[in-house]
Design a protein around this ligand. Sequence first.
Ligand SMILES: [Zn+2]
Length: 278
Amino acid sequence: MRRLVPAARDPRAVFDACAERTQNAALRTQLLACGPTIALLANEYEELAKNSALNTFSDTELYPLPAPRKELGELYARVLRDGGERPTYDSIMQLAHQSICPQCGIGRVRTLDHYLPKGRFPELAVVPLNLVPTCRDCNFDKNEHHSSDEGDYVFHPYFDDWDQYRLVSATIAYQPYVSIKYSIGSPHNAPPIVITRATTHFRVLNLAALYSMNAGASLAEIKVNCLRASTQGAALVRDYLRDQEDAAVRSAPNGWRAAMYSAMAKDDAFWNGAYNLI
Ligand SMILES: [Zn+2]
């Protein structure tokens, strides 16, 4: 759930550039004639996204278009991803910080996800604001997820910023072995719609399992650090965990580390010695 700054790209120019690279002259003419409508839809998309209202995006089938909708969808793979407009595709991929997937905060960006799915909205197939750099898992898990329910939408990295909320919550499970369980909490400062959407985001992208796995892989190292701190007393273990939480919150308030260290620092049994069960 990391915010990205989108590239300032004119959606009409990107669409026209893709359409121009169509060799079939008749199809090229049809596609280019779609330009004004694509620009209109891209503008509507941006306005709705700014207001977290993409669930109300037009039923695009109502718009008469001179080219078959299937051909609009195919522009993405044929020209943007695998053809002559690949530099535009690459420049959108590069919006992700350190190539880290903005949706999970863990995976490596390998693909562009159509935020409003291409199957349902082929008119948005090459609209830059609808193309989000993600890892393969997030793209696969989200797939064609789409709903007209306002709470049923994942985080949109170009328009949403949830860093002011601590939405991700963790607890320590001790049976059958020490593990960290994740969920979306209800921070008092977060609007209900953000909590609902964060819950959708977690469920659709299967983040509870991913976060738990990453936390599990870090536990052995944390045990070593707790043991080292404990030579100065248990309170120092708690201080160490709080310091780690503080650093993690600064870097990713809704990442798996921030919630994990918060749970450990709050769990009296853990910092008093239960870390030895790891
Ligand atoms: Zn991801």
